[in-house]
Write a protein that binds this ligand. Structure first.
Ligand SMILES: Nc1ncnc2c1ncn2[C@@H]1O[C@H](COP(=O)(O)OP(=O)(O)OP(=O)(O)O)[C@@H](O)[C@H]1O
Ligand SMILES: [Mg+2]
Length: 269
């Protein structure tokens, strides 16, 4: 039997009126191909930019040391040092922007093995617990009794889930949910031969204008946000042959639903 994973990725564009599932699969493949292409371009560009950036940073460092060694009475000394600090900060910012982009658009090589989904959830919920507690958020889990086993790249999948949990925490600042309580619920279940994972919060919610854009790269409503959290999460989930969908109501909360394939032969675990 042919291995479905080794089949060429690019499917035919589905005809008008094709089933929704076919169209969604096509869009998903097209998006992953586009990202892979972007990743290749980005790697080249990053290589070109990283070296001059390092040289810039090093020279600024040296200039700073030279200036610092001058007597304090030298007239423009302080002003020049301040300017150098600004330039160094900007060089760092560029470097971070480049690194963020590379993390997002770079190659993802999945190393999957059969992983109990409940275990991953429990580990991450433990991990974010202190942060949730500090924000007076109650965290609940409702885990599938079947303990679903999914083919996962443990680290990458944790990164995807962590982005969702952090977004949920950030969506529940102290003043937001006085009437309804700040609650974060992570739920797993098995339905129609798939594992389903919900991450739901009672936070600020997402406005209908923003909702279509939250998976767009660089879309953010947060000061200091990169807007790469959700696109990265979606990419990781789609690389796992899963899907992610969202429902949200302003001032009520938000719920992300992830569908993941199950390991077919559970004895492989
Ligand atoms: N649980 C949520 N509740 C309310 N809004 C959300 C939630 N999750 C995502 N969003 C919205 O989607 C936007 C994009 O999220 P994403 O995780 O991609 O980036 P970010 O959180 O803004 O930045 P970063 O992940 O780099 O910190 C957020 O700025 C926010 O407006
Ligand atoms: Mg985020």
């Amino acid at each position: 039997m042919p291995d479905p994973l080794s089949q060429p990725r690019e499917p035919q564009r589905p005809a008008k009126g094709a089933p929704r599932r076919k169209r969604r699969e096509y869009e998903q493949h097209a998006r992953l191909d586009q990202l892979a292409e972007m990743g290749k371009l980005a790697a080249g560009l990053a290589h070109e930019l990283k070296n001059p950036l390092s040289t810039l940073k090093l020279n600024l460092q040296l200039l700073e040391e030279d200036l610092a060694a001058l007597p304090d009475s030298t007239p423009p000394k302080q002003r020049s040092l301040t300017r150098i600090t600004t330039l160094k900060k900007e060089a760092d910012r560029l470097r971070h922007t480049l690194d963020d982009f590379l993390r997002f658009a770079g190659r993802l090589e999945l190393r999957t093995s059969p992983v109990p989904l409940n275990r991953v959830v429990e580990e991450l919920v433990d991990f974010i617990h202190p942060q949730a507690q500090a924000n007076k958020i109650r965290v609940h889990t409702a885990l599938a009794a079947e303990n679903p086993l999914c083919p996962l790249d443990d680290n990458l999948f944790k990164q995807a889930l962590l982005n969702l949990l952090l977004n949920a925490i950030q969506a529940m600042p102290p003043e937001c949910c006085k009437d309804r309580g700040a609650e974060l619920l992570v739920r797993t279940l098995v339905s129609k031969g798939q594992a389903i994972l919900y991450v739901s919060d009672t936070g600020v919610g997402i406005s209908p204008e923003h909702l279509p854009h939250i998976f767009d790269a660089y879309f953010t409503t947060k000061k200091g946000g990169t807007g790469l959290g959700l696109p990265t999460t979606r990419r990781i989930i789609e690389e796992h042959h899963g899907t992610i969908a969202v429902q949200s109501e302003p001032n009520r909360g938000t719920s992300f639903r992830i569908e993941l394939p199950l390991v077919v032969d559970s004895t492989a675990a």
